[in-house]
Design a protein around this ligand. Structure first.
Ligand code: PEP
Length: 248
């Protein structure tokens, strides 16, 4: 099945107004080279309106949302707020949120349910094993548990993207080999088809973990890798544009 290539920048807690202008300009200049690729930028939430003011060659995403609609949740952002700021995509369950900010499986399921229930948004569910879990041969069991808990109450997958991000490869410079990544992507594809039937074949699957301009092409050439979720390299305009071009 033909799926549209997708590249998402996750700036984490990095970037500033100057980098918004720099990356936006680099992307506009090279757009012809990645014309068929959907490009989404997830900056820190306060930079969403700055991105929104740029000429629109990218879609915008939030790095997380709170599971509540409003209320006394100091420091958090609701889905309605990030929508006002321009986001139409949301990352859910990034490993840094899981490890450092209390995103339990139950909380991730709540957040995901909320995003998928709002037809203005696409949700990007992040899954992946730690180095220790891989060494123990538990990769598939971990990924399967993350998928089944997050998607337990979900019955349609039209606005769902899954990002496989082995924790040992995020920000470490270690990348899964194309074969290692494809093995897990194939497993995720099979799981989605079992749960959602033929609609599972249309879900875009992204690889994330130290993707750079020089390893993107070989990863994106794999059958079930439809693009990437890019951290560090998305802060370097030349690198990021080259990655978008590799996804074309
Ligand atoms: C990420 O944070 O989602 C990520 C993949 O980071 P990096 O590309 O820096 O490994």
């Amino acid at each position: 099945m033909q799926r549209q290539p997708l590249v998402i920048a996750n700036w984490k807690m990095n970037g500033n107004r100057a980098l918004v202008a720099e990356l936006s300009e680099a992307l506009q200049q090279q757009q012809a080279h990645y014309a068929d690729v959907t490009v989404v930028v997830c900056p820190p939430a306060v930079l969403l309106p700055v991105w929104q003011a740029q000429p629109g060659v990218v879609a915008l995403g939030a790095q997380d949302v709170n599971e509540h609609a409003d209320g006394a949740h100091t420091g958090e952002h609701s889905l309605a707020l990030v929508h006002e700021a321009g986001a139409q995509w949301v990352l859910i369950g990034h490993s840094e949120r899981r490890q450092c900010y209390g995103d339990s499986e139950a909380r991730i399921a709540q957040k995901l349910g909320q995003v998928l229930a709002d037809s203005r948004f696409t949700a990007v569910l992040c899954v992946g094993e730690s180095a220790e879990q891989r060494e123990q041969g538990a990769t598939f069991a971990v990924v399967e548990a993350q998928l089944s808990e997050a998607l337990a109450q979900v019955s349609a997958c039209e606005r769902l993207v899954v990002a496989y991000e082995p924790v040992w490869a995020i920000g470490t410079g270690l990348t899964a080999s194309p074969a290692q990544a494809q093995e897990v992507h194939g497993f995720i594809r099979h799981w989605l088809q079992e749960k959602f039937g033929s609609a599972g074949a249309a879900v875009q699957l992204l690889y994330g973990g130290s993707v750079k301009a020089d390893n993107a092409s070989e990863l994106f050439a794999e059958a079930d890798i439809d693009g990437g979720l890019i951290g560090g390299a998305s802060l370097q305009p030349e690198q990021f544009v080259a990655i978008c071009t590799a996804a074309q």
